[in-house]
Write a protein that binds this ligand. Structure first.
Ligand code: TXA
Ligand code: MG
Length: 338
């Protein structure tokens, strides 16, 4: 664990970052903070290093990785061409929590793209992340730094809990900012398709490309969307069942209690006084007035619920608007539809 908590934007790499960059050059996998969640990075051009990522995470090999760049020029090493909409989105939102899927150069490893003809690219808005990529001097393939099936890590401790002993090291840069993974936008077709909602909202993307130039995957049938292999896996799943409750939370708590279950409740601070006395464990998600704050702590709260002794977790739902869309997307995946 290397502490780099106090690196400021624009500051040159500290010794810890240089050492982590050398690990990447040696073909090892290193965890690092970004403004979304912690990533597990390796040299995108080194197949054996990329294998290390899949092995450490226990991730299926047919789920492609995002390639992280530190400088805009690196895009040219990865994309066979940059579609106009991708250029516009990069100009507006990079560095930032937006991943752009573009046609790949032949030289980009099939291990990284899982055999797809496209590659997902992102420039993170985090001084430590970019300093690491620039220290390594190569594009860095990095999924979220959790064991496959666990919530993405938003703190170095989460990475340690999931991957200790399985990776070369962890750069500890404190809490990740957004707390949810980047928005993934497919730019290979006629319209931009949001494959995964995240920190950059549909509304923001529409403001750059125009409302009728943007689609969301939920409007596309699963069979017609083979471009998003990540979608067929169950993600972020807690070990006790998670159930989303739209309304009448009290009734559901009571029903589960009567069935002899220890009930955990995840709800907004405003509902604490109502639900806490009824539940075995109450976890406040934050104020409904501040959805950014709820997003930032969501995975940490899911981990706490997961590590508690409850038999079932009941969680409130949110309006699918702005960042609420990304919050609900992650909760629905964690609940696998219940
Ligand atoms: O915020 C983030 O995006 C974080 C940080 C570390 O950058 N990374 C992250 O990576 O969430 P990961 O591997 O957990 O999620 C990447 C998603 C997966 O759902 C994957 O299927 C999709 O991006 N993806 C990667 N390459 C793709 C491609 N060529 N076409 C379509 N989807 C792709
Ligand atoms: Mg992930």
């Amino acid at each position: 664990l290397w502490n780099v908590d106090n690196l400021k934007e624009g500051e040159s790499a500290s010794p810890a970052i240089i050492e982590a960059g050398l690990c990447i050059n040696r073909g090892e996998a290193v965890a690092f903070p970004t403004e979304t969640v912690y990533g597990l990075g390796a040299d995108a051009a080194n197949d054996k290093a990329v294998d290390e990522i899949f092995a450490a995470k226990g991730r299926p090999g047919d789920n492609p990785l995002i390639v992280h760049i530190g400088k805009l020029e690196q895009w040219q090493d990865l994309a066979s061409y940059v579609p106009d909409m991708a250029q516009k989105l990069a100009t507006s939102f990079w560095p930032g929590p937006l991943t752009l899927v573009v046609p790949k150069k032949q030289t980009v490893s099939e291990k990284v793209t899982a055999g797809l003809s496209s590659v997902a690219v992102r420039m993170p808005d985090h001084a430590v992340a970019r300093a690491l990529i620039n220290a390594a001097g190569v594009p860095v393939a990095a999924p979220s730094a959790n064991r496959s099936g666990r919530p993405s890590p938003t703190k170095a401790e989460h990475v340690q809990y999931d991957l200790d002993g399985r990776i070369a090291g962890i750069l500890n840069g404190g809490d990740a900012g957004y707390g949810l993974e980047s928005t993934v936008v497919d730019c290979t077709g006629e319209k931009a398709v949001i494959l995964r909602p995240g920190g950059i909202t549909k509304e923001q993307i529409e403001s750059v490309l125009g409302v009728n130039q943007v689609q969301q995957t939920s409007t596309i049938r699963e069979e017609e969307a083979p471009k998003a292999p990540g979608m067929k896996y169950r993600h972020y799943a807690p070990s006790s069942p998670l159930v989303l409750v739209d309304d009448h939370m009290e009734n559901y708590i009571e029903k589960e209690r009567q069935a002899g279950k220890k009930v955990g409740v995840l709800a907004v601070e405003e509902n604490k006084n109502t639900f806490q006395p009824l539940a075995h464990l109450f976890i406040s998600l934050g104020s409904v007035e501040n959805l950014e704050d709820i997003a930032a702590h969501l995975y940490h709260n899911l981990r706490i619920a997961d590590q508690s002794d409850v038999d079932i977790i009941l969680c409130e739902t949110f309006l699918k608007r702005g960042i609420g869309t990304a919050i609900m997307n992650r909760l629905e995946k964690a609940a696998s539809g219940s």
